[in-house]
Design a protein around this ligand. Structure first.
Ligand SMILES: [Zn+2]
Length: 101
């Protein structure tokens, strides 16, 4: 998006897991395709340090599938929209996991 540079402050990003806004320099880059090296034409998601640590305890494959699913369901979403959809979907799946037990 052009012309949305803010007021000259530091660029901020939204943690997809908890929806917090934080300085980009404090965030962990999260590539839902698991391939950080082909950056062309891609947008990265971001996680705050807390969530990044939490999510690393979860099976990564499942998380990437989740993020990809969410992205497809919310095309052209803003970071905030994506974060909300991601949290909702993650909560749904957590519930489904518990039902299976
Ligand atoms: Zn977070």
């Amino acid at each position: 998006m052009f012309g949305s540079r803010g007021d000259g402050g530091e660029e901020t990003v939204v943690c997809i897991a908890c929806g917090d806004r934080l300085p980009r320099s404090d965030a962990r880059e999260y590539d839902k395709q698991g391939d950080r090296w082909s950056r062309h034409g891609k947008e990265f998601e971001y996680l705050c340090v807390d969530c990044h640590d939490d999510l690393c305890h979860q099976p990564r494959d499942e998380l990437e599938q989740l993020a990809t699913d969410v992205e497809q369901s919310v095309e052209n979403a803003t970071s905030e929209t994506f974060a909300r959809a991601f949290q909702r979907e993650a909560a749904d799946r957590a519930d489904a996991d518990q039902d299976r037990r």
